[in-house]
Design a protein around this ligand. Structure first.
Ligand SMILES: C[S@@+](CC[C@H](N)C(=O)[O-])C[C@H]1O[C@@H](n2cnc3c(N)ncnc32)[C@H](O)[C@@H]1O
Length: 269
């Protein structure tokens, strides 16, 4: 693990709400500030699907990671990894194989600082502060390039992050660049907020709310979501609501969770 840097909350903008910390709030974490909690509470008022949806997304991430591990994957590139609350990628992976390598990448300084702090005794995990919209920079950063062996299959995770990437940044092309970098036999896991709210006004309201945070978000249609994945072959059951992606037997989605996120796991050949 990289050396823990000194960081000081005084250096950080904690007045402007931030998506990583709002998501931490939805998941029940404690790495958030008053501004994040206020914005998150407003979002929950607009759509009560926010909290169960975030948790369903996190559960999808965990199932996708387990699927990849079962398929023999032992290295993960987690783009937009967020704050490592319970059940993060390395925890799932290391419960199965402690030698699994995980390269976390996030743009948000607090998410990165907490990740470093919480994982300082784990040499198989790195965290890099970087903008995933610049694949070449991410791929050559030491936290990624020195940890992962791209001649072996890997899983590229872009979970609950692509809605922060505007069309002007060509998110599909960006994913192509990551997929081109990894060996055949790799996987690409993606999820994205849906536009399936009960009224279009609520979609616009959430867009407006996130515009006032450090991470403007956009809703995409199902067709736009599948365009991001391109023509890659999908693992069954394909692109579906996150709750419907290979649910653990006997589990029932929490009320409001189902329509919040789309998800898919693709083969990279
Ligand atoms: C909603 S969280 C998702 C966390 C985790 N992937 C999950 O699904 O549980 C989105 C994360 O993406 C990060 N993010 C947003 N834009 C980014 C960018 N351009 N580059 C890297 N990370 C970004 C945010 O800081 C935040 O931590």
């Amino acid at each position: 693990m990289n050396e823990t840097p000194s960081w000081d909350a005084n250096d950080l903008d904690v007045e402007t709400p931030n998506a990583a910390r709002m998501y931490d709030y939805y998941l029940g974490g404690s790495h958030n500030f008053a501004s994040d909690r206020e914005a998150a509470a407003r979002a929950v008022q607009v759509t009560p699907t926010m909290i169960p949806g975030a948790r369903a997304n996190r559960a999808f991430l965990q199932r996708a990671v387990r699927f990849c591990l079962d398929a023999g994957i032992r290295q993960f590139l987690d783009l937009g990894s967020g704050i490592p609350t319970v059940g993060h990628v390395h925890e799932i992976a290391h419960a199965i194989d402690p030698s699994t390598r995980v390269a976390y990448v996030d743009i948000e300084p607090i998410a990165v600082a907490h990740t470093r702090r919480m994982l300082s005794d784990t040499s198989a995990v790195t965290v890099t502060q970087a903008d995933l919209q610049d694949p070449q920079e991410v791929l050559k950063s030491p936290g990624v390039a020195d940890l992962l062996d791209f001649s072996e299959p890997a899983a590229v995770l872009a979970v609950a992050v692509l809605h922060f990437v505007p069309d002007s940044k060509n998110p599909a092309g960006m994913l192509d660049a990551y997929c081109d970098a990894v060996a055949p036999g790799s996987f690409l896991a993606v999820s994205h907020i849906t536009d399936h709210y009960d009224t279009p006004e609520r979609v616009a309201e959430i867009d407006r709310l996130y515009s006032s945070t450090t991470n403007a978000a956009r809703h995409r249609t199902f067709e736009d979501f599948t365009r991001l994945i391109g023509d890659r072959e999908l693992v069954d059951p394909g692109a579906v609501y996150a709750t419907d992606w290979r649910p653990d037997p006997g589990t029932v989605p929490a009320e409001g969770a189902r329509t919040a996120f789309w998800a898919a796991l693709a083969h990279i050949s």
